[in-house]
Design a protein around this ligand. Structure first.
Ligand SMILES: Cc1ncc(COP(=O)(O)O)c(C=O)c1O
Ligand SMILES: N[C@@H](CCCC[NH3+])C(=O)O
Length: 435
């Protein structure tokens, strides 16, 4: 359930007409609903009521500070995957004790920053990382509590680009090596391996892969304990899917029931890292139709948003619903249309042959379920400035990230002296050219 609904014939975010946001901020613009954010966080945490469970929101899904603060104020922790995300979580007021650091390739600088910050734990994903962390922790006179992320070799049955728990994926330590590697970690003077972690993929719509993975983790915990390694937390990752196109992902209650059934008997604290499930439906991308172009065989609707603003359709063939901001009466005839952006690539297509009502030049449309992996994956490809983000709360809204200006975008580049010296022409020489 979200809070983007038609009221008086026009699409609203909570109590604010989207047309009002477009007039104030322009398009394209991401719009998020506080009520949906809060609702989804609550539904997820309620599913674990009475359990020893904590939620570490996966910052990568939407890292805007206002979004982090909204969730952090409700008690959410943060799962971060870079120093940048760690700094964001801290800036939003999330205490270090509620932060975990995942990721397959952390730098020494990032590990040091995490240690100095005193976060809850670092999720280690390779032997080399164990050694590096042991060294840097030793240099700082610390014993770091760590999780070891294992790869349980389970097929998450999701898009291959976002599946992370199969042997052929780069993530975690093969579960077959886990016992040995936990023992090595245990023997390192500056590490305390206390957590078994896994994350098998994103946008899961089936509980069975979770069941299989959790079972393997539970077996591993028993094995580790039998070897004297005192595991007291299990980090079960994130990945719960959302309905983009009529999928019926498991509800948090059903997901929680599986986790509780398999993990609770171990008497450990359960850590969860949901991202998309919390923010996906809490955001839309509001855009304007520039031109409707009738080709010989296709109707193209060219909008002012593009793949640089929302890359999911181009990258994962991701589906996002499209709603005209002005509601159409029931029974309005539909005909297929391709929704495309202005970028010079055919991949800049949001939807192909999507049944849609007639759309008019200049009218507003909303791409739905764009709160997760939308703004965070934006780029300035084709020198299109990053689009703004707006947060709605009831009948008020605030710009939580302004539109990048052309000055900011161009000002980030530097022209070296040798191109801009007096009397020189700023034409780079081809490699290998003399003179
Ligand atoms: C380690 C880790 N935790 C949590 C998540 C959050 O995933 P999702 O947004 O699918 O819940 C991800 C991304 O898939 C991840 O890599
Ligand atoms: N970016 C992906 C999800 C990646 C999950 C990262 N762990 C998507 O939009 O579906």
């Amino acid at each position: 359930m979200d809070h983007f609904n038609y009221r008086n014939g026009t699409l609203h975010a909570e109590d604010v007409p989207l047309s009002e946001i477009a007039s104030a901020v322009g398009t394209p613009v991401y719009v998020y609903s506080t009520a949906t954010l809060r609702r989804h966080y609550k539904v997820f945490t309620d599913a674990f009521a009475g359990a020893r469970a904590s939620v570490f929101y996966a910052v990568k899904a939407n890292s805007n500070l206002a979004v982090l603060k909204t969730l952090g104020d409700m008690g959410a922790g943060a799962d971060v995957v870079s120093e940048g995300e760690l700094r964001r979580a801290l800036a939003a007021g999330i205490p270090p004790s509620r932060i975990v650091f995942s990721g397959v390739g952390k730098t020494a600088e990032e590990l040091i920053f995490a240690l100095d910050t005193g976060i809850l734990e670092i999720n280690v994903e390779s032997v080399n990382e164990l050694e590096l962390l042991n060294t840097v922790a030793g240099e700082r006179g610390k014993v770091a509590e760590i999780a070891i992320r294992v790869n349980p070799d389970v097929d998450a049955k999701t898009h291959h680009k976002i599946s992370t728990g199969k042997k052929e994926n780069k993530f975690g330590i093969d579960i077959a090596y886990a016992l040995d590697i936990f023992k090595r970690a245990q023997a390192m003077p500056n590490l305390a391996p206390v957590t078994v972690a896994a994350h098998i993929g994103s946008q899961l719509t089936d509980l069975e892969p979770y069941r299989a993975a959790f079972q393997r983790l539970a077996d591993l915990v028993r094995e580790l304990r039998a070897e004297g390694i005192p595991i007291h937390r299990v980090d079960l990752g994130g990945g719960l899917g959302v309905p983009y196109a009529g999928e019926t992902p498991p509800l948090p209650d059903a997901y929680a029931a599986v986790a509780r059934e398999i993990i609770e008997p171990l008497d450990v604290e359960m850590l969860f890292e949901p991202g998309r499930m919390i923010v996906g439906n809490a955001g839309i991308l509001l855009a304007k139709v520039l031109f409707v172009k009738q080709g010989e065989s296709r109707r193209f609707v060219v909008v002012d948003a593009a793949m640089n603003d929302l890359i999911r359709p181009a990258m994962y063939d991701g589906y996002h619903g499209l709603k005209p901001v002005i509601e159409r009466p029931e029974g309005t005839p539909m005909s297929p249309a391709d929704i495309v952006g202005p970028i010079c690539e055919s991949g800049d297509t949001f939807a192909k042959e999507r049944p849609l009502p007639l759309l008019n030049d200049g009218e507003l449309v909303a791409f739905t379920t764009a709160g997760a992996y939308g703004a965070v994956m934006a780029s300035t490809y084709n020198s299109r400035p990053l689009v703004p983000e707006v947060l709605v709360d009831g009948d008020r809204f605030a710009v939580i990230r302004p539109r990048q200006t052309y000055e900011e975008m161009l000002g980030a580049d530097r022209i070296p002296d040798w191109l801009s010296g007096p009397g020189e022409q700023a034409v780079p020489k081809l490699a290998g050219m003399s003179g």
